[in-house]
Write a protein that binds this ligand. Sequence first.
Ligand code: NAD
Length: 259
Amino acid sequence: MNIFDQFRLDDRVAVVTGGAQGLGLAMGEALLSAGAHLAIVDIDGDKAAATAERLSSEYGGRARAYRVDLTDEAAVVALTERLIGQYGRIDILFNNAGIAHHAPSESDDYDDWKRVIDIDLNAVYLLSREIGRHMLAEGGGSIVNTSSMSGLIANVPQPQSAYNAAKSGVNMLTKSLAAEWGDRGVRVNAIAPGYMKTEITRAFFEQGGPMIDRWLSMTPMGRAGEPRELGGLALYLASDASSFVTGAVFSVDGGYTAI
Ligand SMILES: NC(=O)c1ccc[n+]([C@@H]2O[C@H](COP(=O)([O-])OP(=O)(O)OC[C@H]3O[C@@H](n4cnc5c(N)ncnc54)[C@H](O)[C@@H]3O)[C@@H](O)[C@H]2O)c1
């Protein structure tokens, strides 16, 4: 027996939302490198297309891009039909698309609050419902939600109650779907990253300042994470290596939530 065989994803079909850049791109690339076919779903169609083209040339034409606003129910239903029509089935779903939002709760704009909940929580339910139905009919699948340490603790000093509430909701949605679908072969887990250096935040971290100092002083490892540091866990949760794992929330945060 080769222990690494259970991590292979050859011929499996993976959908990663928000996969055009950042953490979704890193996790999508991890799945591709293990042999999966990758559907990148993103509201930024141009960036998703460019990412899919680059990854396809590196991984034998196995990546495609789909432009969809995941808060649009009709668009999510149509996307799922299109994916099933093209691939026949979906084995892996990463609900990763999300937005951050900082605003004092006493003066936050209600439309902004609702938009955060819509993208960061409601869209996770919506695509899980649509693709989960097909996984249940096929008798198996793995869903992985990108939550955040913000679903476990309230970050300081920045005010971000809508984001924290949405990510906490993602953690409980993960457990709820796992409980409902566990005996029908569909596993549902979450990854809760801490502060990560992506294309968008890298310059911010490198520039530093009082807020960054505070974040890093509260992180036992004293640094932000790199997107590639999610790849191993993403592959574990997507693959048969985690066949008895469901309803779990995995922290990848340099120890932030340990203290
Ligand atoms: N970067 C961090 O430090 C960090 C930490 C913890 C959790 N997270 C979570 O990780 C996930 C990815 O974050 P990131 O840092 O890579 O962000 P990012 O902004 O780099 O990428 C998010 C992607 O989601 C897409 N997207 C946004 N709204 C969408 C919509 N309505 N429909 C479809 N696509 C949409 C964006 O176009 C973008 O490509 C998010 O859920 C985020 O909350 C990030």
